[in-house]
Design a protein around this ligand. Structure first.
Ligand code: HEC
Length: 99
């Protein structure tokens, strides 16, 4: 069960970055260029102004899936806590700032 706050993004950049590093997100994603998956800046641009994006993308990271950016699937991340997923998704949606 995913509990998602409805407040505006409060991206915690150092924590978002370290969660991304710790969970191998950076093996498939880079901040500013496409790797296996879209760059975090592309993702931020695509969902800019989409109030549903934090909820939608948190679920996508948790359960995995494909078809939005191409046919390559993102694996599920069932062992991550909802809080960590939410922090890293907020950071991605903020454009993955360095600080
Ligand atoms: C094995 C490679 C891989 C790993 C590891 C991975 N991703 Fe992805 N990610 C992808 C691919 C491929 C896509 C595009 C999926 C699609 O087209 O629907 C994607 C898409 C996304 C999206 C956009 C989803 C959408 O529906 O627009 C977000 C956000 C995201 N990844 C975040 C993360 C985070 C955070 C992590 C680490 C917890 C992570 N990814 C780990 C491959 C990966």
């Amino acid at each position: 069960m995913l509990v998602v706050a409805t407040s505006a993004y409060a991206a915690d950049a150092p924590r978002g970055q370290s969660i991304a590093n710790a969970n191998a997100c950076m093996g498939c994603h880079a901040v500013n260029r496409k790797l296996v998956g879209p760059s975090f800046q592309q993702i931020a641009a695509k969902y800019k102004g989409d109030a549903q994006a934090p909820t939608k993308l948190a679920r996508k990271v948790k359960d995995g899936g494909s078809g939005v950016w191409g046919m390559i699937p993102m694996p599920a991340h069932q062992s991550m806590s909802d809080a960590d997923i939410r922090t890293v998704v907020d950071w991605v949606l903020a454009g993955a700032p360095e600080k």
